[in-house]
Design a protein around this ligand. Structure first.
Ligand code: NAD
Length: 283
């Protein structure tokens, strides 16, 4: 069999279009502040893409670009100002930060109601508790959106997630558990990984290992979500060996054009939700 390809680019475009229409119809002006420290070229591209997408949807968005040698105190001062600024509905600090800055201290300093990345302990805790007030990290939220769009039900499905990071694996494990999946989280110390992945109805690869997941790791007809963004000889590829695995999976996301575009769309969705909650509070 050859898998159906899940078109994340089209799903993200549809979602952004719907959001843009809601924003225009209500005359809203949600605003996202993106803080970037240093000149990491990939981060610069990601942030410019977010800004371009936000502006195209009628949102406001600025990139606060600070030099590499910015101290932690200076960064925390800026975050503090943006926390206080009523114009700012969503606030995110681009990771990775330079080595002399503690990322946890910075993430924890963002007000939970503006934490549109959902990386802070308050929102992570709400998600863990299956509390609908949680602001959910954009990548796992985008993955869930694609799964719910493609699969009639998630309840009872065995989901195997490769990767336990704070930005993908962990929040996704909570989201899928909250949808009544049976969840296995694998990581770099997991033994006999292919034996586990072959049991998955839903297999999510988020480990940053180019084309690691092979055809014989996958159950016939499984749904395979590839989160990885890797470069080999300048060409993008995921954590799944797409050409092989598409011959066995039932559904599969490509790289590029799968999970990646959903991440930007969900960040903007979170920003709009944050805006709505904040104006509701002012009423
Ligand atoms: P990370 O480095 O923080 O975490 C990687 C995880 O994979 C760790 O938990 C580690 O234990 C596990 N791992 C590493 N090698 C493994 C192995 N051989 N077997 C099993 N587990 C292994 O990475 P991250 O930030 O979660 O990102 C993962 C990948 O997803 C990267 O390629 C990243 O670029 C990509 N990513 C994509 C998006 C998107 O929007 N598409 C968003 C975030 C991350």
């Amino acid at each position: 069999m050859t898998a159906k390809i899940i078109d994340g680019k089209a799903a993200a475009a549809e979602l952004r279009q719907k959001l843009a229409e809601r924003i225009a119809a209500r005359g809203d002006k949600p605003y996202l502040a993106v803080v970037l420290v240093g000149d990491d070229p990939a981060s610069l591209i990601y942030d410019r893409n977010k800004q371009k997408a936000a502006l195209s949807m009628g949102m406001g968005c600025d990139i606060y670009h600070l030099p590499e040698q910015t101290t932690q105190a200076e960064l925390l001062e800026l975050v503090g100002k943006l926390n206080e600024d009523e114009k700012v509905n969503g606030l995110m600090v681009q990771m990775p930060l330079p080595a002399h800055i503690d990322p946890s201290a910075v993430i924890e300093s963002i007000r939970p109601e503006k934490d549109v990345d959902g990386f802070g302990p308050y929102n992570a805790g709400l998600l863990h508790e299956n509390d609908p007030r949680a602001m959910v990290a954009a990548t796992p939220k985008g993955i869930l959106y694609l799964l719910q769009k493609e699969l009639p039900s998630l309840a009872g499905k065995h989901a195997v997630i490769i990767g336990r990071s704070k930005i993908v694996g962990r929040p996704l494990s909570s989201l899928l558990l909250n949808c009544d999946c049976t969840v296995t989280v694998a990581h770099s110390k997991t033994q006999n990984l292919p034996e586990l992945t072959r049991q998955a109805d839903i297999l999510v690869a988020a480990c940053g290992r180019p084309r690691m997941v092979k055809k014989d790791w996958v159950k016939e007809g499984a749904t395979v979500i590839d989160v990885g963004i890797n470069r080999i000889d300048g060409k993008l590829c995921g954590d799944v060996d797409f050409d092989e695995v598409k011959e066995r999976a039932g559904l599969i996301t490509p790289v590029p054009g799968g999970v990646g575009p959903m991440t930007v769309a969900m960040l903007l969705d979170n920003t709009y939700s944050a805006y709505l909650k904040q104006i509701d509070k002012l009423k």
